[in-house]
Design a protein around this ligand. Structure first.
Ligand code: ZN
Length: 196
């Protein structure tokens, strides 16, 4: 399945979800902080998000795993269907009893095994390489172009070559770019991956 981020144009999760409905299969909701304001907007938007022809994953990149835990409980208690909760391997994260939809994203400087892992091609190319043995546990890929020390660029052929061995028919492929045109370019490059 193909997915986008939730930050392609200025606006909320719902603004961005409406934009990509019909273009991708799912949106990865970036919930970058967990506070009362965030919670309020989500409470207002969850019904709208659920009414769209779109599925969702949730990215919870907090340094404090207790915040990620609270955020996950929020989505669960609202019966919001989530494909994957993407966490970072921050200190203490294993102390929580995560549900079976949690996936662990490799970072530039921290790579930890887990039954469900996320391969981020930017972290892989700019930091520590993820060992090939992690392919078996990879359930999601963060796809983007990587050049001159920068990641989150539109996907290109070079990055596709790196990503392909990490992808099966079941893999979630999130184009981790934060611009609508960059998403369109990435989708075009991905769809054309078998050409040439
Ligand atoms: Zn990522």
């Amino acid at each position: 399945m193909l997915g986008s981020t939730s930050w392609l144009v200025p606006g909320t999760w719902l603004t961005n979800a409406r934009l990509v409905q019909g273009l991708v299969d799912y949106q990865e909701l970036f919930v970058t902080s967990w506070d009362a304001g965030t919670r309020l907007i989500l409470e207002q938007e969850l019904p709208g998000l659920m009414s769209l022809d779109l599925q969702y994953s949730v990215h919870l990149p907090y340094p404090d795993p207790a915040q990620a835990w609270d955020a996950m409980q929020f989505f669960e208690s609202n019966a919001f269907p989530v494909l994957s909760y993407v966490l970072h391997p921050v200190p203490g994260w294993r102390a929580f009893h995560w549900n079976n939809r949690v996936a662990l994203e490799n970072l530039k400087d921290v790579i930890e095994p887990y039954p469900r892992t996320v391969f981020d091609v930017g972290h892989h190319l700019l930091g520590q390489r993820v060992p090939d043995t992690y392919r078996a546990s990879t359930v999601e890929v963060h796809a983007m172009g990587v050049h001159g020390g920068n990641d989150h660029l539109p996907l290109d052929g070079e990055a596709v070559k790196v990503i392909l061995p990490w992808v099966t028919d079941a893999t979630l492929i999130t184009f981790e770019v934060f611009d609508y045109d960059a998403l369109l370019t990435s989708l075009r490059v991905w769809e054309g991956r078998h050409a040439g």
